[in-house]
Design a protein around this ligand. Sequence first.
Ligand code: NDP
Length: 288
Amino acid sequence: DKPSITVLGLGAMGTALAGALLSAGHPVTVWNRTAAKADALVARGAARAASPAEAVAASPVVVACLLDYDSVRDVLGAGHLQGRTLVNLTNGTPGQAREFAEWAACQGTDYLDGGIMAVPPMIGTPAAFVLYSGSRAAFDRARPALDVFGESVYLGEDVGRAALTDIALLTGMYGMIAGVLQSLALATSDGAPATDFAPLLTRWLQAMGGWAEAAAKQFDSRDYATGVVSNLGMQAASFDNLHRTADEQGVSSELLAPLGRLMRQRAADGHGHEDLTGIIDDLRKDNA
Ligand code: NDP
Protein backbone atom coordinates (compact mmCIF):
# COMPACT_ATOMS: atom_id res chain seq x y z
CA ASP A 1 0.00 0.00 0.00
CA LYS A 2 1.20 3.50 -0.80
CA PRO A 3 2.09 5.76 2.12
CA SER A 4 -0.28 8.52 3.11
CA ILE A 5 0.79 12.11 2.37
CA THR A 6 -0.41 15.45 3.67
CA VAL A 7 -0.49 18.50 1.39
CA LEU A 8 -0.71 21.96 2.98
CA GLY A 9 -1.72 24.69 0.55
CA LEU A 10 -4.12 24.21 -2.33
CA GLY A 11 -3.29 27.05 -4.65
CA ALA A 12 -2.73 26.20 -8.30
CA MET A 13 0.41 24.24 -7.48
CA GLY A 14 -0.66 22.50 -4.24
CA THR A 15 -3.85 21.38 -6.00
CA ALA A 16 -1.79 19.87 -8.84
CA LEU A 17 0.53 18.10 -6.36
CA ALA A 18 -2.34 16.65 -4.33
CA GLY A 19 -4.16 15.64 -7.52
CA ALA A 20 -1.11 13.79 -8.84
CA LEU A 21 -0.71 11.93 -5.52
CA LEU A 22 -4.37 10.88 -5.64
CA SER A 23 -4.00 9.71 -9.24
CA ALA A 24 -0.99 7.63 -8.21
CA GLY A 25 -3.02 5.94 -5.47
CA HIS A 26 -1.64 7.63 -2.34
CA PRO A 27 -4.03 8.35 0.51
CA VAL A 28 -3.94 12.17 0.69
CA THR A 29 -4.94 14.56 3.47
CA VAL A 30 -5.29 18.21 2.49
CA TRP A 31 -5.62 21.54 4.25
CA ASN A 32 -6.01 25.02 2.83
CA ARG A 33 -6.73 28.36 4.52
CA THR A 34 -9.67 28.87 2.16
CA ALA A 35 -11.35 25.52 2.77
CA ALA A 36 -13.48 25.48 -0.40
CA LYS A 37 -10.38 24.96 -2.53
CA ALA A 38 -10.24 21.41 -1.16
CA ASP A 39 -13.73 20.47 -2.43
CA ALA A 40 -12.72 19.00 -5.79
CA LEU A 41 -9.90 16.96 -4.23
CA VAL A 42 -12.20 15.70 -1.47
CA ALA A 43 -14.66 14.64 -4.18
CA ARG A 44 -11.81 12.61 -5.65
CA GLY A 45 -11.09 10.88 -2.33
CA ALA A 46 -8.79 13.21 -0.38
CA ALA A 47 -9.41 13.64 3.36
CA ARG A 48 -10.09 17.22 4.46
CA ALA A 49 -8.30 18.31 7.64
CA ALA A 50 -9.97 20.97 9.77
CA SER A 51 -6.67 22.53 10.84
CA PRO A 52 -2.97 22.41 9.95
CA ALA A 53 -2.36 20.41 13.15
CA GLU A 54 -4.92 17.80 12.12
CA ALA A 55 -3.39 17.67 8.64
CA VAL A 56 0.12 17.17 10.02
CA ALA A 57 -1.09 14.44 12.38
CA ALA A 58 -2.57 12.48 9.47
CA SER A 59 0.65 11.52 7.62
CA PRO A 60 4.33 10.90 8.29
CA VAL A 61 5.28 13.01 5.26
CA VAL A 62 3.97 16.57 4.99
CA VAL A 63 4.31 18.56 1.75
CA ALA A 64 3.90 22.33 2.05
CA CYS A 65 3.29 24.47 -1.03
CA LEU A 66 2.21 27.93 0.05
CA LEU A 67 2.77 31.42 -1.26
CA ASP A 68 6.03 32.14 0.59
CA TYR A 69 8.04 31.13 3.66
CA ASP A 70 6.11 33.55 5.88
CA SER A 71 2.89 31.73 5.07
CA VAL A 72 4.55 28.38 5.83
CA ARG A 73 5.55 29.78 9.25
CA ASP A 74 2.00 31.08 9.77
CA VAL A 75 0.56 27.67 8.98
CA LEU A 76 3.09 25.52 10.84
CA GLY A 77 3.86 28.01 13.61
CA ALA A 78 1.99 26.03 16.22
CA GLY A 79 4.38 23.13 15.76
CA HIS A 80 2.94 19.60 15.92
CA LEU A 81 5.75 18.54 13.58
CA GLN A 82 7.66 16.28 15.96
CA GLY A 83 8.77 13.13 14.16
CA ARG A 84 7.37 14.25 10.83
CA THR A 85 9.19 14.61 7.52
CA LEU A 86 8.53 18.07 6.13
CA VAL A 87 9.01 18.73 2.42
CA ASN A 88 8.72 22.44 1.70
CA LEU A 89 8.08 23.14 -1.97
CA THR A 90 7.40 26.84 -1.43
CA ASN A 91 9.54 29.23 -3.47
CA GLY A 92 12.17 31.06 -1.43
CA THR A 93 15.80 32.12 -1.11
CA PRO A 94 18.71 29.91 0.04
CA GLY A 95 18.92 31.99 3.23
CA GLN A 96 15.24 31.40 3.96
CA ALA A 97 15.72 27.66 3.39
CA ARG A 98 18.62 27.55 5.87
CA GLU A 99 16.70 29.54 8.47
CA PHE A 100 13.69 27.32 8.03
CA ALA A 101 15.78 24.16 8.32
CA GLU A 102 17.10 25.38 11.70
CA TRP A 103 13.57 26.07 12.86
CA ALA A 104 12.42 22.63 11.68
CA ALA A 105 15.33 20.97 13.50
CA CYS A 106 14.16 22.65 16.74
CA GLN A 107 10.72 21.09 16.13
CA GLY A 108 12.28 17.62 15.82
CA THR A 109 11.42 17.51 12.13
CA ASP A 110 13.41 16.01 9.30
CA TYR A 111 13.51 18.77 6.69
CA LEU A 112 13.77 18.70 2.92
CA ASP A 113 13.64 21.91 0.90
CA GLY A 114 12.49 21.85 -2.70
CA GLY A 115 11.99 23.90 -5.84
CA ILE A 116 9.44 22.93 -8.45
CA MET A 117 10.60 23.33 -12.04
CA ALA A 118 7.19 23.05 -13.65
CA VAL A 119 3.93 24.90 -14.01
CA PRO A 120 0.89 23.14 -12.51
CA PRO A 121 -0.31 21.37 -15.71
CA MET A 122 3.15 19.76 -16.05
CA ILE A 123 2.97 18.10 -12.61
CA GLY A 124 2.88 14.31 -12.96
CA THR A 125 4.30 14.43 -16.50
CA PRO A 126 7.87 13.59 -17.59
CA ALA A 127 8.42 17.28 -18.43
CA ALA A 128 8.41 18.23 -14.72
CA PHE A 129 11.43 18.12 -12.45
CA VAL A 130 11.73 19.05 -8.81
CA LEU A 131 14.94 20.04 -7.05
CA TYR A 132 15.56 18.91 -3.48
CA SER A 133 18.23 19.59 -0.88
CA GLY A 134 18.59 18.98 2.85
CA SER A 135 18.15 15.80 4.83
CA ARG A 136 19.10 12.76 2.76
CA ALA A 137 17.04 10.55 5.08
CA ALA A 138 14.00 12.74 4.48
CA PHE A 139 14.54 12.55 0.71
CA ASP A 140 14.85 8.75 0.78
CA ARG A 141 11.75 8.39 2.96
CA ALA A 142 9.57 10.74 0.92
CA ARG A 143 10.91 9.72 -2.47
CA PRO A 144 8.20 7.25 -3.57
CA ALA A 145 5.65 10.06 -3.25
CA LEU A 146 7.93 12.80 -4.58
CA ASP A 147 8.62 10.86 -7.77
CA VAL A 148 4.91 11.21 -8.57
CA PHE A 149 5.37 14.96 -9.20
CA GLY A 150 8.09 14.55 -11.85
CA GLU A 151 11.77 13.67 -11.88
CA SER A 152 13.24 14.11 -8.39
CA VAL A 153 16.67 15.76 -8.49
CA TYR A 154 18.49 15.57 -5.13
CA LEU A 155 21.26 18.18 -4.87
CA GLY A 156 22.81 17.25 -1.52
CA GLU A 157 22.68 18.01 2.20
CA ASP A 158 23.34 21.77 1.84
CA VAL A 159 19.74 22.80 2.38
CA GLY A 160 20.12 26.08 0.46
CA ARG A 161 21.24 24.42 -2.76
CA ALA A 162 17.78 23.65 -4.19
CA ALA A 163 16.62 27.26 -3.71
CA LEU A 164 19.84 28.62 -5.23
CA THR A 165 19.49 26.33 -8.24
CA ASP A 166 15.78 27.09 -8.58
CA ILE A 167 16.35 30.86 -8.49
CA ALA A 168 19.27 30.57 -10.93
CA LEU A 169 17.01 28.64 -13.34
CA LEU A 170 14.22 31.20 -12.93
CA THR A 171 16.80 33.94 -13.57
CA GLY A 172 17.65 32.30 -16.89
CA MET A 173 13.96 32.02 -17.68
CA TYR A 174 13.28 35.69 -16.96
CA GLY A 175 16.23 36.62 -19.15
CA MET A 176 14.54 34.66 -21.92
CA ILE A 177 11.18 36.26 -21.13
CA ALA A 178 12.77 39.72 -21.28
CA GLY A 179 14.25 38.80 -24.66
CA VAL A 180 10.94 37.48 -25.98
CA LEU A 181 8.99 40.53 -24.82
CA GLN A 182 11.51 42.90 -26.40
CA SER A 183 11.66 40.80 -29.56
CA LEU A 184 7.88 40.72 -30.03
CA ALA A 185 7.61 44.46 -29.37
CA LEU A 186 10.19 45.09 -32.07
CA ALA A 187 9.02 42.53 -34.63
CA THR A 188 5.45 43.86 -34.52
CA SER A 189 6.44 47.55 -34.61
CA ASP A 190 5.78 47.68 -38.38
CA GLY A 191 2.32 46.16 -37.95
CA ALA A 192 3.24 42.50 -38.65
CA PRO A 193 1.34 39.90 -36.60
CA ALA A 194 3.38 38.41 -33.73
CA THR A 195 2.21 34.93 -34.70
CA ASP A 196 3.96 35.21 -38.10
CA PHE A 197 7.23 36.01 -36.36
CA ALA A 198 7.08 33.67 -33.34
CA PRO A 199 8.12 30.44 -35.16
CA LEU A 200 11.34 32.14 -36.30
CA LEU A 201 12.01 33.31 -32.74
CA THR A 202 11.47 29.80 -31.38
CA ARG A 203 13.82 28.39 -34.01
CA TRP A 204 16.50 30.95 -33.23
CA LEU A 205 16.27 30.49 -29.45
CA GLN A 206 16.54 26.74 -29.91
CA ALA A 207 19.57 27.15 -32.19
CA MET A 208 21.25 29.24 -29.47
CA GLY A 209 20.18 26.86 -26.68
CA GLY A 210 23.60 25.23 -26.46
CA TRP A 211 25.22 28.48 -25.39
CA ALA A 212 24.66 27.91 -21.66
CA GLU A 213 26.85 24.82 -21.63
CA ALA A 214 29.53 26.37 -23.82
CA ALA A 215 29.63 29.42 -21.51
CA ALA A 216 29.75 27.16 -18.44
CA LYS A 217 32.85 25.39 -19.80
CA GLN A 218 34.56 28.70 -20.52
CA PHE A 219 33.63 30.04 -17.09
CA ASP A 220 34.87 26.99 -15.18
CA SER A 221 38.24 27.26 -16.98
CA ARG A 222 38.26 31.11 -16.73
CA ASP A 223 39.52 30.98 -20.30
CA TYR A 224 37.36 33.37 -22.30
CA ALA A 225 39.76 33.82 -25.21
CA THR A 226 40.13 30.38 -26.78
CA GLY A 227 37.81 29.19 -29.56
CA VAL A 228 35.90 32.47 -29.73
CA VAL A 229 33.46 32.53 -32.65
CA SER A 230 31.69 35.79 -31.74
CA ASN A 231 34.05 38.19 -30.03
CA LEU A 232 32.82 40.71 -27.49
CA GLY A 233 34.08 43.76 -29.42
CA MET A 234 31.99 42.74 -32.43
CA GLN A 235 28.98 41.90 -30.23
CA ALA A 236 29.17 45.20 -28.34
CA ALA A 237 29.17 47.05 -31.66
CA SER A 238 26.24 45.14 -33.12
CA PHE A 239 24.36 45.40 -29.82
CA ASP A 240 24.21 49.17 -30.47
CA ASN A 241 22.07 48.32 -33.48
CA LEU A 242 19.55 46.70 -31.14
CA HIS A 243 19.20 50.04 -29.36
CA ARG A 244 19.18 52.04 -32.60
CA THR A 245 16.55 49.85 -34.24
CA ALA A 246 14.35 50.07 -31.15
CA ASP A 247 14.68 53.88 -31.26
CA GLU A 248 13.89 54.00 -35.00
CA GLN A 249 10.84 51.82 -34.47
CA GLY A 250 9.56 53.72 -31.44
CA VAL A 251 10.17 50.82 -29.03
CA SER A 252 11.75 51.22 -25.59
CA SER A 253 15.08 49.45 -25.20
CA GLU A 254 15.12 49.63 -21.40
CA LEU A 255 15.23 45.83 -21.06
CA LEU A 256 18.42 45.75 -23.14
CA ALA A 257 20.23 48.67 -21.53
CA PRO A 258 21.98 46.88 -18.62
CA LEU A 259 23.46 44.15 -20.80
CA GLY A 260 24.59 46.69 -23.40
CA ARG A 261 26.32 48.69 -20.65
CA LEU A 262 28.15 45.62 -19.30
CA MET A 263 29.26 44.58 -22.80
CA ARG A 264 30.62 48.03 -23.65
CA GLN A 265 32.40 48.30 -20.31
CA ARG A 266 33.97 44.87 -20.61
CA ALA A 267 35.16 45.61 -24.16
CA ALA A 268 36.53 49.00 -23.00
CA ASP A 269 38.41 47.16 -20.23
CA GLY A 270 40.41 45.32 -22.90
CA HIS A 271 38.41 42.10 -23.24
CA GLY A 272 37.05 42.77 -26.75
CA HIS A 273 38.89 39.78 -28.23
CA GLU A 274 37.28 37.38 -25.75
CA ASP A 275 33.85 35.83 -25.60
CA LEU A 276 31.27 37.70 -23.53
CA THR A 277 31.26 34.96 -20.88
CA GLY A 278 33.81 37.01 -18.91
CA ILE A 279 30.97 39.39 -17.96
CA ILE A 280 30.20 36.80 -15.26
CA ASP A 281 33.38 37.97 -13.52
CA ASP A 282 32.02 41.52 -13.48
CA LEU A 283 28.67 40.34 -12.12
CA ARG A 284 30.22 38.32 -9.31
CA LYS A 285 30.84 40.88 -6.59
CA ASP A 286 33.38 38.57 -4.95
CA ASN A 287 35.12 38.33 -8.37
CA ALA A 288 35.99 34.70 -7.62
P1 NDP B 1 -1.39 30.42 -5.44
O1 NDP B 1 -1.40 31.90 -5.37
O2 NDP B 1 -2.29 29.74 -6.41
O3 NDP B 1 -1.69 29.81 -3.99
C1 NDP B 1 -1.10 30.34 -2.83
C2 NDP B 1 -1.41 29.43 -1.67
O4 NDP B 1 -0.82 29.96 -0.47
C3 NDP B 1 -2.91 29.29 -1.38
O5 NDP B 1 -3.13 27.98 -0.90
C4 NDP B 1 -3.11 30.33 -0.27
O6 NDP B 1 -4.22 30.06 0.55
C5 NDP B 1 -1.84 30.10 0.51
N1 NDP B 1 -1.49 31.20 1.42
C6 NDP B 1 -0.98 32.41 1.10
N2 NDP B 1 -0.74 33.13 2.20
C7 NDP B 1 -1.10 32.35 3.25
C8 NDP B 1 -1.10 32.54 4.65
N3 NDP B 1 -0.63 33.65 5.21
N4 NDP B 1 -1.55 31.53 5.42
C9 NDP B 1 -2.01 30.38 4.87
N5 NDP B 1 -2.04 30.14 3.55
C10 NDP B 1 -1.59 31.13 2.75
O7 NDP B 1 0.14 30.00 -5.70
P2 NDP B 1 0.71 28.63 -6.36
O8 NDP B 1 -0.03 27.47 -5.83
O9 NDP B 1 0.82 28.82 -7.84
O10 NDP B 1 2.21 28.63 -5.79
C11 NDP B 1 2.53 28.06 -4.53
C12 NDP B 1 4.05 27.97 -4.44
O11 NDP B 1 4.54 27.17 -5.51
C13 NDP B 1 4.73 29.35 -4.54
O12 NDP B 1 5.82 29.42 -3.64
C14 NDP B 1 5.20 29.37 -5.98
O13 NDP B 1 6.34 30.22 -6.15
C15 NDP B 1 5.54 27.90 -6.20
N6 NDP B 1 5.55 27.56 -7.62
C16 NDP B 1 4.47 27.87 -8.41
C17 NDP B 1 4.50 27.63 -9.78
C18 NDP B 1 3.35 27.99 -10.67
O14 NDP B 1 3.56 28.04 -11.89
N7 NDP B 1 2.13 28.17 -10.15
C19 NDP B 1 5.70 27.06 -10.41
C20 NDP B 1 6.75 26.66 -9.48
C21 NDP B 1 6.67 26.96 -8.14
P3 NDP B 1 -5.69 30.63 0.13
O15 NDP B 1 -6.21 29.67 -0.90
O16 NDP B 1 -6.44 30.61 1.40
O17 NDP B 1 -5.47 32.02 -0.42
